[in-house]
Design a protein around this ligand. Structure first.
Ligand SMILES: NC(=O)c1ccc[n+]([C@@H]2O[C@H](COP(=O)([O-])OP(=O)(O)OC[C@H]3O[C@@H](n4cnc5c(N)ncnc54)[C@H](OP(=O)(O)O)[C@@H]3O)[C@@H](O)[C@H]2O)c1
Length: 332
C-alpha cells in the first residue's frame, strides 16, 4: 500500500494561478508520454508516486494521450485507484479535448458535441466524478468560440469540472476567450502555452494579456521535449523520445541546435545546475508563469526537475549569456 511521504509539502513551492484561489506546484507532471498502454505500468506508477512525494500536486492529461489514445487516462485511473484515492482532495487533475480523438465529424476540434462527450469519456477512463481543470486543447477556427467555451461553462456548471482552461490560443484569441468565459460566469483559471528557452512565442503578447486579466499560465515542454537537457549531448540514446522520431524528430537535433545546447549546458554548470534544472528554472524566472509542466520517462528525471527549485534566480549577466547562446553567439 502506498503511503505518501509526510514531508511532501516541506520544500515544494506553490504559486498562485493569476488572481484565482488556486495555487499550483512550481513543477507539475504531464502524462503525454510514458504513461500509455504501451508503457510499463510500474514505471508510470513509480513516477507518479515520486512526484506526489515531492509535493507535485498537479497531474495533467488529455483525452488522446497514450498511445493508444485514451490509454494514459486509463493508466492514470488504475494508479489513482491503487494509490491516490485517499489523496484526491490534495490533487489537481486536468484533462483536455480539442485534438483528434475518435473517427467522424464529432471526435475532434471544438463543437459542443465533441467537447462534452469527450469529457464524459475521460471521466470514465480515469474513474473520476470530476476533473479539477478542463481545457479546450486548441482553438477551432471553424466553430464559434462561444460554442467551444460554452461547453467548458457547461462542464463546470454540471460539476464535471471545477475550472476551465484554454491551451494554444494566441494572444488575440485569448483576449476574446477570456471575455466570453467571464461573461458566461466561468472565468478562465489558466492558459497552457508552449514555452521554453527555445520556444518564446508567449513573450510576444500572450503573457501580457494573461497578466492584465489575472489569469495564470502553466507552460508545457519547458525542456523542449528533452532537448534542453544533457540527453542528446553525445548522440541519440535508444530509450529517448527522439529515438522514436515522431513528436521529437531526429532531423530537428542538428549540429547548430546541439552547439547551442552545449553552450547552455556550460552556463547551467556554472550555476551549479544540470541543463534540465536550468531549463525549468528559466521558465519560472517569470512571475507570470504559474507552473512548469514537465514530462518524464524515469523517476530520476522527476527528482532532477524538482531540484531546479533550489536555484530560480538569474543574474542579468546569466540571462544575457543565455540569450547569446540561443542567438548562436559565443558568450563573451
Ligand atoms: N497543451 C498542449 O497542447 C500540450 C502539448 C504538449 C505537451 N503538453 C503537456 O506538457 C507535458 C510536458 O510535455 P513534454 O513531455 O514535451 O515536456 P518536457 O519536460 O519538455 O520534455 C519531457 C522529456 O524530456 C526528457 N526529460 C525530462 N526531464 C529530464 C531530465 N531531468 N533530464 C534529462 N531529460 C529529461 C524526457 O525525455 P526522454 O523520454 O527522452 O527521457 C521527457 O520525456 C505533457 O505531458 C503534457 O501534459 C501539452
Amino acid at each position: 500500500m502506498y503511503i505518501a511521504d509526510d514531508k511532501r509539502y516541506d520544500s515544494m513551492q506553490y504559486r498562485r494561478s493569476g488572481r484565482s484561489g488556486i495555487k499550483l506546484p512550481a513543477v507539475s507532471l504531464g502524462l503525454w508520454h510514458n504513461f500509455g498502454g504501451v508503457d510499463h505500468l510500474e514505471n508510470s506508477r513509480a513516477m507518479l508516486r515520486r512526484a506526489f512525494d515531492l509535493g507535485i500536486t498537479h497531474f495533467d492529461l488529455a483525452n488522446n494521450y497514450g498511445p493508444p489514445y485514451g490509454s494514459a487516462e486509463e493508466t492514470f485511473g488504475q494508479i489513482l485507484k491503487k494509490d491516490f484515492l485517499p489523496y484526491r482532495d490534495e490533487l489537481i487533475i486536468s484533462t483536455k479535448a480539442g485534438w483528434d480523438m475518435w473517427p467522424g465529424p464529432y471526435g475532434n476540434l471544438g463543437s459542443r458535441k465533441y467537447i462534452l462527450a469527450s469529457l464524459d469519456q475521460s471521466l470514465k477512463r480515469m474513474g473520476l466524478q470530476y476533473v479539477d481543470i478542463f481545457y479546450h486543447h486548441r482553438p477551432d477556427p471553424d466553430t464559434p468560440m462561444e460554442e467551444s467555451l460554452g461547453a467548458l461553462d457547461t462542464a463546470v456548471r454540471s460539476g464535471r469540472a471545477l475550472y476551465a482552461g484554454i491551451s494554444a490560443y494566441n494572444a488575440k484569441q485569448t483576449s476574446e476567450a477570456l471575455k466570453i468565459l467571464r461573461a458566461l460566469g466561468t472565468p478562465c483559471l489558466i492558459h497552457q502555452p508552449k514555452y521554453s528557452m527555445l520556444v518564446r512565442d508567449p513573450e510576444q503578447g500572450l503573457f501580457d494579456v494573461l497578466e492584465k486579466e489575472g489569469v495564470g499560465s502553466i507552460v508545457f515542454s519547458p525542456l523542449a521535449q528533452g532537448l534542453l537537457s544533457d540527453r542528446y549531448l553525445h548522440g541519440i540514446p535508444s530509450d529517448s523520445r527522439a529515438a522514436r522520431d515522431f513528436f521529437l524528430k531526429k532531423k530537428d537535433i542538428g549540429e547548430d541546435k546541439l552547439a547551442k545546447v552545449r553552450e547552455l549546458n556550460e552556463i547551467a554548470k556554472q550555476r551549479g545546475q544540470t541543463l534540465a534544472e536550468m531549463a525549468v528554472a528559466w521558465v519560472l524566472r517569470d512571475p507570470r508563469v504559474t507552473s512548469a509542466l514537465v514530462g518524464t520517462s524515469k523517476v530520476s528525471q522527476v527528482d532532477d526537475n524538482v531540484a531546479a527549485l533550489k536555484n530560480l534566480k538569474f543574474s542579468a549577466e546569466e540571462l544575457r549569456k543565455i540569450d547569446g547562446a540561443l542567438a548562436g553567439k559565443q558568450a563573451a
